[in-house]
Ligand binder design. Structure first.
Ligand code: AMP
Length: 434
């Protein structure tokens, strides 16, 4: 029989790598707490319509990457419901914001999430079909201050702090403003006009984008199209006074907080809901990501709630690709030493198995990390296993059980001592050397 494997584009996360995942998530939770964020957990699947409306029909995500199925109807008279595994979490969070009338408090809502997302993309290093995002949203009625440029700057400053605390080296923040709901369409129109005479010279993808979603042409990495793209009109020239002032204030607040950034006029990002500030953090070549060097992205989405049938609720958010963050840390970190347990409890015969398990239970209750061997192991096998797993081995033989004095072997120092049961915990909690 053929062996079964994880589905293409999905993967198992195994220890000890999961230690790093947990450290990243614990650091993110600690930083988010300092900035007043609370956790939100939304379902892994939603109605397809949520993403069609929220993310945009013309985006790559909605037009080709979603896992969508017709969910069986409960009754013959009902139509099946089209459901989709979430390809991103912002639409779900804003749906929840509307559904739970979170605007009624009148306060700014600061929400973070950590969880898997699903996109049928071509798998490669740093790009998976099930991947994890750590993200956050700041959303609320306009009178809660949700539209203020200070929110944008706060989110960006928090991200810089988080990456620094995690130890990510050489991150680069690229920033742009894609304008408001009124000036963005003017720009899109100008782009369309400018693309009209030149689009035939562009690659097939860009020809299609020029028709369906001209902003996406700016995202294109096609080397042959770069000269044409660089000569296209710039969004900065189409911002109205308000959007321009908003962007200036974001930059001034970042300057004040010493957050370094570069303005990238081509940064428009793939999702339709963005307005005004958009941003992306990348890491330098050689950080383990290959061509997928975008660590995280986000932006402001002042009209999203209304697009989903909710009240006006401006907001700003981001999503960090956790898989990419981990790859970066692994590439940039010194190799961490293998973590060993405090003790390996080795019964010398099967009649000591029960006593060994009881001792292990007591040591674990005292907070020690412990593995137990098996009485059928010969002493040599116990030694070898214990040396690979733990700093020390506690021998549980017939004499030890009756006398209550245990032999403790210290692998690093190559020594052994006799320790009475009452002192065992404090001895094992001590330094890993003898
Ligand atoms: P987006 O939701 O497209 O704005 O993406 C935000 C971040 O999620 C990106 O910067 C990536 O780090 C990460 N990301 C997006 N798609 C994938 C994927 N297929 N596999 C791994 N990470 C991804």
């Amino acid at each position: 029989m053929a062996t079964l494997k994880a589905v293409r584009g999905t993967r198992d996360l195994l220890p000890p790598e999961t230690d790093l995942w947990n450290r990243v998530e614990a650091t993110a939770r600690a930083v988010f707490a300092r900035y007043g964020f609370g956790e939100i957990r939304t379902p892994l699947f939603e109605t397809t319509e949520l993403f069609a409306r929220g993310v945009g029909e013309e985006t790559d995500i909605v037009s080709k990457e979603m896992y969508t199925w017709d969910d069986r109807a409960r009754a013959a008279s009902e139509k099946p419901q089209s459901l989709t595994l979430r390809p991103e979490n912002t639409a779900g969070v804003v749906r929840a914001y509307i559904e739970h009338k979170m605007d009624e408090s009148g306060l700014l809502q600061k929400l973070f999430y950590i969880g898997p997302q699903f996109r049928r993309e071509r798998p490669q290093r740093g790009r998976y079909r099930q991947f994890w995002q750590i993200g956050a949203e700041v959303i609320g009625p306009a009178w809660s201050g949700s539209e203020s440029p200070i929110r944008d700057a706060e989110v960006l400053e928090m991200l810089g702090t988080l990456l620094d605390e995690l130890g990510v080296k050489g991150w680069r923040l690229a920033l742009n403003s894609v304008g408001s709901a009124t000036d963005r369409p003017r720009y899109v129109e100008a782009l369309r006009k400018a693309l009209e005479p030149v689009k035939a010279q562009m690659c097939e993808d860009n020809q299609r984008r020029a028709e369906t979603n001209p902003l996406r042409v700016l995202d294109s990495k096609d080397p042959n199209d770069q000269d044409i793209i660089n000569a296209l009109p710039k969004i900065a020239d189409y911002l109205d006074d308000e959007s321009r002032a908003h962007f200036e204030q974001v930059k001034a607040a970042l300057d004040a907080c010493n957050v370094p950034y570069v303005v990238d006029p081509r940064l428009v990002r793939g999702l339709d809901y963005y307005t005004r500030t958009t941003f992306e953090f990348t890491v330098p070549d050689g950080s383990g990501l290959g061509t997928q060097n975008a660590l995280l992205g986000g932006g402001r989405y002042d009209g999203l709630s209304e697009m989903l049938g909710g009240p006006k609720a401006p907001g700003i958010g981001f999503a960090i690709g956790e898989d990419r963050l981990i790859l970066t840390l692994q590439a940039q970190m010194e190799k961490a030493p293998v973590k060993k347990l405090d003790a390996f409890v080795a019964p010398m015969g099967v009649t000591q198995n029960a006593a060994a398990l009881l001792l292990a239970k007591e040591l674990r209750e005292a907070g020690l990390t412990v593995e137990v061997g098996d009485g059928t192991f010969r002493l040599r096998k116990s030694f070898e296993t214990a040396d690979r797993l733990a700093h020390r081995m506690v021998i549980v033989g017939e004499d030890e059980v009756s006398s209550g004095v245990f032999t403790v072997k210290y692998f690093e120092a190559g020594e052994q001592t006799k320790v009475p049961r009452a002192e065992l915990v404090s001895v094992l909690k001590g330094s890993n050397e003898s």
